[in-house]
Ligand binder design. Structure first.
Ligand code: NAP
Length: 251
C-alpha cells in the first residue's frame, strides 16, 4: 500500500471545513484540522479518530506567519509532511464601500489571501519533495462581484489568480492548484449574513433556493465532494481551474 497522504484543512472546525476534513479522512487521508480555536479543532479531530481515521487538531491563526510555520511543523511531526492543502479559513466583514473600514478590508485580506499564501508556502517544500501536491483554495461566486462585499469579492477573485499561478509554477513537481467557488451554502457564515440583514435563516434559505437552478441551497458536503475530487490522486491533470459549485452555471 502506498504511503498515506496528509492533508491540512484550514478553518476545519466547522462548516465547509469540517465537512471537508471528514470527506478527506473517508478518502483515506490523514487530516490536520486547523482553526483558530484549539479546542474546537481537537473536537473535530477526535470525532474522526473515533471513526478510525488519523487526524490531529491544530489551533492556528492562518494570518500569522509564525503560527502557520509552527502548525505545519507539528503536523509534519505528528501526522507526516502535508502534501494536500485546503485553504478554507474565511471571514466576512460586509459593508458598502463608503462604510467599509480599513480594518474590515485588511482583516478579510489577511485571512483569505495572506492565510492561503502562508499555508501554501509552508507546505510547498513537502509537495515538491514528494513530487505530489494538491492545493485547493475556497473562492466564491462573490468573486464575480457582490454588493456589500468589496473586500471579500476582491479576496475571492485574488485566490483565483493565486491558484492559476501556483498551477503554472508547481505543475512540473506534480502539484495541482485549483479553486472551488461555492454559491450559497448553509453554514454559520450565511446564518450571520441573514442576521445582519434582519431576516430569519429559514426565510433566507427559502429565498436563496428560489434563485438556484437546482432548487435548493448547497450544503457543506456538496463542497467537500468537489474538494475530494480535486485533491484525489486521479485529478493530476486538472490544474489552475475554478470550479463553481453553485447549483447552476457561473462563468
Ligand atoms: P464558517 O462556517 O464561518 O467557518 C469558517 C471557519 O474559518 C471558522 O471555523 C473560523 O473560525 C475559521 N477561521 C476564521 N478566521 C481564521 C483564521 N484567521 N485562522 C484560522 N481559521 C480561521 O464558514 P463557511 O461558510 O464554512 O466557509 C468556508 C469557506 O468557504 C470560506 O473561505 C468562505 O469564504 C467560503 N465560502 C462560503 C460560502 C457560503 O455560502 N457559506 C460561499 C462561498 C465561499 P472561528 O469559528 O473561530 O471564527
Amino acid at each position: 500500500m502506498s504511503e498515506q497522504r496528509v492533508a491540512v484543512v484550514t478553518g476545519g472546525a466547522r462548516g465547509i471545513g469540517a465537512a471537508t476534513a471528514a470527506r478527506l479522512a473517508r478518502d483515506g487521508r490523514a487530516v490536520a484540522v486547523c482553526d483558530l480555536d484549539q479546542t474546537a479543532c481537537e473536537e473535530v479531530a477526535a470525532e474522526l479518530v473515533a471513526q478510525g481515521h488519523r487526524a490531529l487538531g491544530v489551533g492556528c491563526d492562518v494570518s500569522d506567519a509564525a503560527a502557520v510555520e509552527a502548525a505545519v511543523a507539528r503536523v509534519s511531526a505528528e501526522l507526516g509532511a502535508p502534501t494536500i492543502v485546503v485553504n478554507n479559513a474565511g471571514i466576512i466583514r460586509d459593508n458598502l464601500l463608503f462604510k467599509m473600514s480599513v480594518e474590515d478590508w485588511d482583516s478579510v485580506m489577511a485571512v483569505h489571501l495572506r492565510g492561503a499564501f502562508l499555508m501554501t508556502k509552508a507546505c510547498q517544500g513537502a509537495m515538491v519533495e514528494a513530487k505530489f501536491g494538491r492545493v485547493v483554495c475556497l473562492s466564491s461566486t462573490s468573486a464575480q462581484g457582490n454588493r456589500g462585499q468589496a473586500n471579500y469579492s476582491a479576496a475571492k477573485a485574488g485566490l483565483q489568480g493565486f491558484v492559476k499561478t501556483l498551477a503554472i509554477e508547481l505543475g512540473r513537481y506534480g502539484v495541482t492548484a485549483n479553486a472551488v467557488a461555492p454559491g450559497f451554502i448553509a453554514t454559520d457564515m450565511t446564518k450571520a449574513t441573514a442576521a445582519r440583514i434582519g431576516v430569519s435563516f429559514e426565510d433566507f434559505l427559502t429565498h436563496a433556493a428560489k434563485e438556484i437552478p437546482v432548487g435548493r441551497v448547497g450544503y457543506p458536503e456538496d463542497i467537500a465532494a468537489a474538494i475530494g475530487y480535486l485533491t484525489s490522486d486521479e485529478a493530476g491533470f486538472v490544474s489552475g481551474q475554478v470550479l463553481y459549485v453553485a447549483g447552476g452555471p457561473k462563468d
